[in-house]
Ligand binder design. Sequence first.
Ligand code: ZN
Length: 410
Amino acid sequence: MRTLLTNATLIDCVTPEPRPATSVLIESGRIQQILPAAARIDAADAEVIDLAGDCLMPGLWDAHIHPDYLSLAEVPLADQVTLFGNRLRAALTESGITGLRCAGSHHYMDVAWKRAFDSGLFVGPRLFAAGHFLTTTGGHFLTSGHALECDGPYGFVKAIREQIKSGVDHIKLNLSGGIMGPAWDRHQNSFLLADELKAAFDICRLREFKVMAHATNPDAVKAAIRLGAHSVEHGYILDDECIELFLEHGTWYVPTLSISHLTPGQASNDWEKRWVKQRNLSHALCCRADDASGVHAEWFRKALAAGVKMALGSDIRPLQDAALLELGLWVRDGASPWQALQAATRHGAAVCGVGDEYGTVEVGKRADLIVVAGNPLADIHNVRRLRLVLKDGRVVADKRSTPASSDAAP
Ligand SMILES: [Zn+2]
């Protein structure tokens, strides 16, 4: 099974210059050759798709997601399972998000859907599962249904062992509070005692499971990095020492700008305004987000300028809008479109531990690719002008005959 994509403007996410008039040959789900369109390719048996100059790039990655957080009292579990899968599928086919890293779900729905997609029973994105996120009694975001309240060193150890037994890919550990919660769930506060932290990180190290660490203030961020976290999520408040520690330990930073930036007062384009209107967040939560966003943006810029390893993660729903909104916010906050695209492709795959197989368009890599109608390096919102989505070299969404409404500039 061979597919030849011709007349592509290639954005490989390795080098920042697009390569016009390029052909990409895919065989058995992998990128076999990348050549100038004029070069001769023996593709007699291949399916040929002429991209007519559209941009071919790696599929997008969202490295911090919760497909949904519905109440079991309001939506029965079986309905939630199907909705969860639908959200993931839509992210792939409607927005070209080919890889996702989960940051919390209940009843291990992320594990179940990961297995379903991997088995080929259903078409869906690459998924990396967290199971529950672990916090303390009176901890972070308890209304989500994803939180597991743990207390004492062995409380954390037992919960982590249960996540491992249930098939997760990484452990989501919440070291501190957040923006979206009751008054006692504050991002300025850390929640775990030193012996709880130590035990949690010790057991993850023994079992060789990566820690995805929710850390929102300088103390929590430093503790996470020093104890060996694989990635720090949010980092709403950092300091210079945090930046030094990120660089020294090579820890990933996933800033989730959407959480502090998407409020009625801050929405700056029609996509953001539409999202804010639909989500209808409470006034109290919007005030907390508005208060936090300036500092958050400032440390985002400092981390980026310092060369901290950063991947894009949205932390919002619905998934098909989330990564696209987050990409826009990265650029609004000072990232170049190139930096934002790398964060959402190459770095997304790398933070999930599969950078050798995914995240760029290079010979030998798996062909999880998207085609968009405009150049995202000229205007990041061109990622919304989706034409094709390929997973393992197979077209899983074709929008060429039905231009999306998002084509229209806001
Ligand atoms: Zn989250």
